[in-house]
Write a protein that binds this ligand. Structure first.
Ligand code: UDX
Length: 500
């Protein structure tokens, strides 16, 4: 019953089942690597560097996290991470709190700590600065310090200054920018099968260390190993490594995320135009995307982008431009369209149900996108809050994000959590789809129709074909596509459904 509108996670399919204790062979001389920070980027990088054959120490100052990781708990919901942690944990990748020890032991130190958004929209770089100072205090032999976190241009230079201020001689270190482009949900496969590896370095010596680290991927050797995680790269088509200046590399990361956010806001604006004209945004996106200069990806309209990166990075990039006296108000428009998209969806719910106070709604999806438990800047959560504010009663279900959501939105008189989609739908006045989980695109529509009080679905992710929904007797509203209503029998006025 699913349409083909679900994001393509196929590149993360595994070629051979991951065997828990099968160690991938050391593909070359391993490099000793420290990764500071065990969030999405840090943890995935640490485990994947181990998978590539390197000796890795992952450092985090949160003792409980380190203990959990030592015990094999990945702490985040990410495909292949449990298997790879099981494969390499406490062997090729060790977890500790001691950054001084890691600095002494390792040749390259990747900084992958958080760069949260400050009140002004800038990235807050205080964690990066603290780590740089701490590294400096234990630095006695040559090290390459690598920015992996998303940071604004000039951060590289600041890290260098901080280390020098701590009395470290310039020839004892280099600072390199090596941005990470992984997506949550497909992080491991994205890391091991990147479209490109960007290395921003101002010295050949540091660039050579990074080339050595990524050699298992760029040479294609990793993809030949029998237990390799499969994906788009292969021995014949290994990923390219692009060498740039440090500043270009820093800008590449921000510009890439801002451009992808722009692409999403663009198609959302086009979707709104389609709604105003009864055109179909899916056909429009396909027609645009087939032009190879545009490309089909990231043209899925919906309720706006969210997550820990796009909102923060668009704001930070705009702020950097402002500080440097460059007009980038285009990004303000990107943000404006994104915010409007949620309000428009609320308007759609209202248009289907008339008044909202007291309406019982089933909500499918809380995570900011499918296949992750991350709810940071989730448009789904924002919509739940808006609907609760309108006096609706909500029963919500998400395959992985309920416990995180409960921490900020505990169950209350207005909000309950269900154990599956059908329990959420029981006796509801309408069902809203807010996250593009694959399982939401494979619902038993017949059962769903019988479970809901009224067969009304408002789909913020375009997971179904409107025509199919009509055949199943639903009133179906989606984004940028004509609404579908059940066909009624001329005599009985009953909805005519498939098989009825
Ligand atoms: C993003 C970048 O893709 C990645 O390169 C970077 O390293 C981190 O930020 P991520 O935040 O994991 O990754 O999610 P992504 O898959 O890019 O989606 C971001 C948001 O955009 C989600 O809310 C998603 O639902 C939305 N989106 C994405 C759309 O609305 N339409 C699309 O076509 C694609």
């Amino acid at each position: 019953m699913s349409s083909n509108n679900v994001p393509d996670y196929s590149n993360s399919r595994i070629r051979s089942a991951v065997q828990p204790n099968a160690s991938t062979p050391s593909l070359r001389e391993p490099v000793s690597i420290a990764v500071v920070g065990s969030g999405y980027v840090g943890l995935v990088a640490a485990v994947c560097f181990a998978e590539m054959g390197h000796d890795v120490i992952c450092v985090d100052n949160d003792e409980s996290k380190v203990k959990a990781l030592q015990g094999g708990d990945t702490l985040i919901h990410e495909t292949y991470l449990p298997e790879l942690l099981n494969r390499h944990g406490n062997r090729r990748v060790r977890f500790m709190t001691d950054l001084a020890e890691a600095t002494r032991e390792c040749k390259a130190i990747f900084i992958a700590v958080g760069t949260p958004q400050s009140e002004t929209g800038d990235a807050d770089l205080s964690y990066v600065e603290a780590v740089a100072s701490e590294i400096a205090r234990s630095l006695t032999t040559y090290k390459v310090i690598v920015e992996k976190s998303t940071v604004p241009v000039y951060t590289n230079e600041w890290i260098r200054r901080v280390i020098e201020r701590n009395g470290v001689a310039r020839e004892l270190f280099d600072v390199v920018s090596n941005p990470e482009f992984l997506r949550e949900g497909t992080a491991v496969a994205d890391f091991l099968h990147p479209d490109r590896i960007v290395v921003g370095s101002d010295t050949p010596r540091a660039a050579a260390v990074l080339a050595e680290i990524y050699a298992p991927l760029t040479s294609g050797a990793y993809y030949e190993s029998p237990n390799a995680i499969s994906g788009v790269c292969s021995v014949e088509t290994p990923p390219p490594l692009l060498n740039t200046s440090t500043k270009s590399s820093e800008i590449i990361k921000h510009a890439s995320n801002a451009f992808l956010a722009l692409k999403i806001s663009f198609i959302n604006a086009v979707a709104n135009l389609c709604e105003a004209t009864d055109a179909n945004v899916e056909q429009v996106a396909r027609g645009m995307g087939l032009d190879r200069r545009i490309g089909t990806r990231f043209l899925r309209p919906g309720i706006g982008y969210g997550g820990s990166c796009f909102p923060k990075d668009v704001a930070a990039f705009r702020s950097v431009a402002e500080q440097l006296g460059t007009d980038f108000s285009l990004l303000t428009e990107v943000e404006k369209i994104n915010a409007t998209q949620k309000k428009r969806f609320l308007g759609k719910v209202r248009s289907a149900l008339w008044t909202l106070r007291g309406k019982k709604l089933a909500v499918l999806g809380l995570a900011f996108k499918g296949e992750t438990d991350d709810i940071r800047e989730s448009p789904a959560i924002e919509l739940v809050q808006m609907l609760l504010g309108e006096g609706c009663t909500i029963r919500a279900y998400d395959p992985a994000a309920i416990s995180r959501t409960q921490q900020i939105l505990p169950a209350s008189a207005g909000l309950a959590y269900a154990e599956d989609s059908y329990a959420a739908a029981a006796d509801a006045d309408a069902l809203l789809i807010l996250t593009d989980w694959k399982e939401f695109s494979e619902l038993d529509l017949h059962r769903l129709n019988k479970t809901l009080r009224y067969p009304i679905i408002i789909d913020g992710r375009n997971l179904y074909d409107p025509h199919v929904m009509q055949q199943h007797g639903f009133t179906y509203l989606s984004v940028g596509r004509p609404a579908a209503y059940p066909v009624r029998d001329a005599v009985t006025n009953a909805a005519v459904t498939v098989g009825s």
